[in-house]
Ligand binder design. Structure first.
Ligand SMILES: N[C@@H](CCC(=O)N[C@@H](CS)C(=O)NCC(=O)O)C(=O)O
Length: 216
């Protein structure tokens, strides 16, 4: 079977989730790095008309949307399984993926991480404190709810690693590099979960570039 090509701008947490999935599966892949402006360029828009990363190519099969990619990987590389067989655990995994895609990434992590890390490090912008402040109430809800759903389990959807952990860990890790993320996570079970996730070879092998590791 041909190697998988992952198209990305280095540092993207959604791409990191796909790379983690590939690492957990032990599947061969390579990352095709794009410059930020290429993501909205004509050539890449033919691959991903919404101009987002990541996208993957597997032989003649092209796919985008991170959770679709991870579910595909779970089907073509069955071991270790990343989707629970138990209906309730599977529902929990899907719920948490939804929390990431609808609330945590767009309303919290993307906003705070851009203001505190990406903008200052890559674009030379200064933090708009009002924008950060406006994202914090939703940040509190997201972290409290993820912490509640995690409960005393080792992983977000139960006893085993699932796509929920793989999608959330890169996002929570990036958020934890900001002062607001650190403060919201402090003392939670989610903080301990992140530490456990960060010790996994799949997280260690997919670190962000140094410039994007912490807030300015
Ligand atoms: N729903 C998409 C979201 C992907 C996404 O938003 N990626 C961010 C980077 S982590 C991106 O492409 N940002 C570039 C932009 O918004 O122009 C997925 O699951 O893959």
């Amino acid at each position: 079977m041909s190697d998988i090509i992952v198209y990305s701008v280095p540092g993207s947490p959604f791409t990191r989730a796909v790379q983690m999935g590939l690492e957990e599966k032990g599947a061969a892949y390579r990352v095709q790095a794009l410059a930020p402006h290429e993501v909205k360029g004509e050539a890449y828009l033919r691959r991903h008309p919404f101009g987002r990363i990541p996208a993957v190519q597997h032989g003649d099969f092209e796919l985008y949307e991170t959770q679709a990619i991870l579910r595909y990987l779970d089907d073509v590389f069955p071991e270790p399984a990343l989707e629970p067989a138990d209906p309730r655990a599977a529902a929990r995994m899907n719920q948490i993926i939804g929390i990431n895609d609808w609330y945590f990434f767009p309303k919290v992590a993307a906003v705070v991480v851009f203001q505190r890390i990406i903008g200052p490090a890559l674009l030379g912008t200064t933090t708009d404190e009002a924008v950060v402040d406006a994202a914090l109430p939703m940040g509190q809800v997201c972290i409290a709810e993820l912490d509640r759903l995690l409960g005393r389990q080792p992983f977000l959807a139960g006893d085993r690693l699932s796509i929920a952990d793989i999608m959330l860990a890169p996002q929570v890790d990036f958020f934890a590099a900001t002062p607001e993320g650190q403060a919201l996570l402090k003392g939670t079970r989610l903080e301990a979960w992140l530490e456990r996730m960060n010790a996994r070879p799949s997280m260690i092998a997919t670190q962000r570039p140094e410039a994007l590791r912490r807030a300015a």
